[in-house]
Ligand binder design. Structure first.
Ligand SMILES: [Zn+2]
Length: 132
């Protein structure tokens, strides 16, 4: 096991996310991981959202969240999968699934929901992460 794989640079600060790595290793869902990032690591919601999204997609912790997020955005732009928020036009969108929104807890639906990280607006797209 790479002993450094749970160190993550977030907005210039190195975080030791060992307990998050253990949650990933034990197959924990993203909801409890997100809550742990907020409550145990005191991450701002924006970064907790991004890191949870990365973990959801990759099942691992990035060495540098800002770099990883740029790569995610670049990849999504290439495949034209970046939606924009109907409320504020921000492209800083994440997707919540399986009854979670990452910020608000259980939402009562198994359908994917687009979530605007900037303004908090939520909507149910016809095509998740492909626009409205
Ligand atoms: Zn918005």
């Amino acid at each position: 096991m790479d002993k450094n794989k749970y160190y993550c640079r977030i907005d210039g600060t190195i975080y030791n996310l060992k307990s998050i790595q253990q949650m990933i290793d034990s197959g924990e869902k993203t909801g409890p991981i997100y809550i742990s990032l907020l409550e145990d690591y005191k991450l701002p919601e924006e970064y907790a959202d991004r890191l949870t999204y990365y973990i959801y997609e990759n099942n691992s912790i990035p060495a540098d969240l800002d770099v990883a997020w740029e790569e995610i955005l670049a990849k999504n732009v290439e495949s034209r999968n970046i939606p924009s928020c109907p409320n504020c036009q921000s492209n800083n969108i994440t997707v919540a699934t399986r009854g979670y929104t990452f910020s608000r807890g259980i939402w009562g639906s198994n359908d994917p929901v687009n979530y605007c990280v900037k303004c908090g607006y939520k909507w149910e797209p016809r095509h998740p992460l492909k626009g409205l």
